[in-house]
Design a protein around this ligand. Structure first.
Ligand SMILES: Nc1ncnc2c1ncn2[C@@H]1O[C@H](COP(=O)(O)OP(=O)(O)OP(=O)(O)O)[C@@H](O)[C@H]1O
Ligand SMILES: N[C@@H](CCO)C(=O)O
Length: 335
């Protein structure tokens, strides 16, 4: 099948000439759920993708600095994998991307690009692949399913990827849950943060994490938020990563005393993430504690309060294909 011969202008329909996808950021691990738990956050990236005579990639927003605009771009490369798997001629693409998700900070920017590319390219060819197939591809690309699962499906995703197969269940925490992220003003690549982890861990640490991760999932499923402070503890990755983020150990040790339900390194870091119960009214105290503790350790950080994004990557039908992506963002998102 050739894509270029079958165009229409209606987003979400087979043979689209242009599609728009909104993708949530994500936090991974949530402490003990290393490479298994992910949560979609209400902070987004948007991708516009269309078939073109010659490939052109336009990136908007402060978060896109340094991302390539040639065919080495992750979004372009992942889109080609979709066409190949679906048996469609690999077309030249017109791609635009705008993102509010900070790069290389532990909020799933690479997963948002991968998931956005998969969903947009699939929408462009009339959704020939299922979301399950996209999840397999995303997990194989990212090498762990936590961020991509959350960005693809939304909510809290509990997942495994065994190198061959990925499976997940999505749980949506109730509305009380608020997420505070403190984003240090330095980058820490996942590659570097995985490099400090040991090849092998003691059995007692593995047992520790199985119990804690299981209890954490049960706490979310039953609304037992009082259990999060006990469950959100980790022995597999945070102790090894703590030296990479000055102040992290102090925050992990005391955030609950300042109103957090629980606290963790977000993904591979350096962002710290605290969960809070919106009804408890201690948000300002918690935010102050995170900022002050990082500052006392020489780290400046920006904070954001986010909600869980119940929905994963979504094909949008209300963006106007006659205007540039950035104008759609201004009109529909940052109005
Ligand atoms: N929109 C994008 N387009 C192309 N490449 C991107 C895009 N966003 C991220 N990337 C690539 O992903 C890299 C960041 O991935 P990395 O896994 O290190 O961090 P992260 O995904 O932000 O954090 P984490 O995985 O810990 O949540 C960037 O340096 C860039 O190469
Ligand atoms: N589970 C991954 C998430 C980062 O992408 C890690 O902690 O390395």
């Amino acid at each position: 099948m050739s894509l270029t011969g079958e165009r229409s202008n209606k987003a979400g329909q087979p043979g689209n000439s242009k599609v728009y996808v909104q993708i949530p950021a994500s936090t991974a691990n949530l402490g003990p759920g290393f490479d298994a738990l992910g949560m979609a956050l209400g902070l987004y990236a948007w991708i516009e993708m269309g078939v073109a005579e010659h490939t052109e990639i336009r990136l908007y927003g402060d978060q896109m600095t340094g991302v390539p605009t040639d065919k080495s771009n992750l979004v372009y490369k992942v889109a080609q994998q979709v066409f190949e798997k679906a048996g469609v001629d690999c077309p030249e693409l017109d791609i635009a991307m705008y993102s509010d998700i900070p790069l290389t900070r532990g909020l799933g920017s690479s997963a948002s690009a991968i998931v956005g590319a998969l969903v947009a390219a699939n929408a462009l060819i009339g959704d020939k692949l299922s979301r399950h197939e996209l999840f397999q591809m995303a997990s194989a690309l990212e090498k762990h399913p936590d961020n991509v699962g959350a960005s693809l499906f939304g909510g809290l995703t509990v997942a495994f990827w065994d190198g061959q197969r990925a499976e997940h269940i999505r749980v949506v925490p109730d509305d009380r849950l608020e997420v505070l992220v403190a984003i240090p003003r330095f980058q820490l690549s996942t590659e570097k943060a995985r490099h400090v982890l040991p090849e092998q861990v003691p059995m007692k640490d593995a047992v520790f994490n199985i119990g804690h991760a299981s209890l954490l999932v049960a706490a979310f499923c039953t609304g037992r938020y009082d259990m999060i402070r006990y469950a959100m503890k980790d022995a597999l990755h945070q102790p090894y990563r703590a030296p990479l983020v000055p102040g992290m150990s102090d925050i992990l040790a005391a955030a609950e005393d300042h109103g957090a339900l629980g606290v963790a390194l977000s993904g591979a870091g350096p962002t710290l993430l605290a969960l809070a119960d919106g009804q408890q009214g201690r948000g300002a105290e918690l935010e102050r504690f995170l900022i002050d503790t990082l500052r006392a350790n020489g780290i400046e950080a920006d904070t954001m309060w986010l909600k869980v994004s119940a929905e994963g990557a979504t094909v949008l039908t209300h963006f106007d294909s006659a205007v540039p992506l950035i104008d759609n963002i201004r009109a529909h998102v940052h109005a």
